[in-house]
Design a protein around this ligand. Structure first.
Ligand SMILES: Cc1ncc(C[n+]2csc(CCOP(=O)(O)OP(=O)(O)O)c2C)c(N)n1
Length: 331
């Protein structure tokens, strides 16, 4: 009944080259950042957890590229890619993960509790499903303040099976709020496959609340961008929320501590990696002669050196003073 929404025809013909290049760069930045995070984690430099976003980059890149200044996002425990795509600096992300004073939350939040209001990252939450009702509150505030903006709520397929998903969709639909629910169906909630947890397509559930539900190839950044653009335009017209399900895959384990191989086969992982979003966009840009291989290589090299510099910078920063532990606590 539900099919992928196809935006493939000539998408690259109507997207300007500068945007195509920035979509590529955003995905490369997200991937290279996670490679550094994995390395820092192995060296014991990240206290706390970190959940890698590798494989899912097209979702954050495509959605955030469709946003305008003043638009907001609510992220979850797998949020490094969301932050990068929304314009947070590498230094602020590495700093936060390592608990340093230049972190997004001054090093006090860690990977799963990152906020950067200057970039529109309202917050991220480790409570699975917790971001959805809160994003409805953010959307209500935008509507009450008559702001022309919208909020994106990123969440996983596991979160789609919490009660708060249904409460959030119901209220957002009833009040026609400017929120877009983006489900990143990466096929697993920790080790539980979607086939063992989810009765229908997540996108299909939009129907129950009278809102559009779109199923998108989350390994294709142009499809994600197009779907997000439509949903954002709808929200800003005052027509209410949209539910987008992006079919994607996380290449690595659930967290940096997990190999991801106890509950998945290498063949399955390789199968998804053949649809790699970065490689797909790269091949398309080259085949359609929009960008040369050299230009793309230059971007990779530049991003790579920037990552190294940012890691070094964050590593050399001090930890926050101990008094900050209570400074931001309301009592
Ligand atoms: C309310 C709540 N229950 C359980 C957990 C433990 N937990 C952390 S991540 C996770 C799975 C989330 O899966 P999904 O929403 O699909 O996101 P993904 O990790 O696949 O990105 C669970 C159950 C939690 N953090 N919060």
């Amino acid at each position: 009944m539900f099919k992928y929404v196809e935006w493939k025809n000539s998408m690259s013909a109507i997207i300007p080259k500068s945007l195509l290049v920035s979509l590529y760069e955003s995905m490369v930045r997200q991937r290279m950042l996670e490679e550094e995070v994995a390395d820092l984690y192995k060296k014991g430099l990240i206290p706390g957890l970190a959940h890698p976003y590798v494989g899912q980059e097209a979702v954050a890149a495509g959605v955030c590229a469709a946003l305008e200044k003043g638009d907001l996002i609510v992220s979850n425990h797998r949020g490094h890619g969301h932050s990068i795509a929304k314009g947070v600096s590498e230094e602020a992300i590495f700093g936060e993960l390592m608990g340093k004073d230049i972190g997004m939350c001054l090093g006090l939040g860690g990977s799963m509790h990152s906020t950067d209001l200057r970039c529109g990252v309202v917050f991220s939450t480790a409570i699975v499903g917790g971001g959805m009702p809160l994003s409805v509150g953010v959307a209500l505030a935008l509507k009450m303040d008559k702001k022309p903006n919208c909020v994106i709520c990123f969440f996983g397929d596991g979160a789609a099976n919490t009660g708060s998903f249904h409460e959030a969709l119901n209220l957002a639909a009833l009040w026609k709020l400017p929120v877009i629910f983006v489900c990143e169906n990466n096929q697993y909630a920790i080790s539980v496959p979607v086939s063992k947890s989810t009765a229908s397509r997540v996108a299909q559930r939009g129907q129950g609340y009278g809102i559009p539900g779109q199923l998108v190839d989350g390994m294709n950044v142009l499809d994600v961008y197009a779907a997000a653009s439509d949903a954002i335009a709808r929200a800003k017209r005052g027509d209410g929320p949209t539910l987008i399900e992006c079919e994607t895959y996380r290449y690595m384990g659930h967290g940096m501590y997990d190999t991801g191989l106890d509950y998945r086969t290498r063949e399955e992982i390789n199968e998804w990696m053949r649809r790699d979003p970065i490689e797909r966009l790269k091949q398309r840009l080259i085949t359609e002669k929009l960008v040369s291989q050299e230009e793309l290589e230059t971007i990779r090299t530049r991003v790579g050196s920037r990552m190294k510099e940012a890691v070094k910078f964050a590593q050399e920063r001090p930890y926050p003073p101990v008094e900050w532990l209570t400074k931001f606590v309301w009592a």
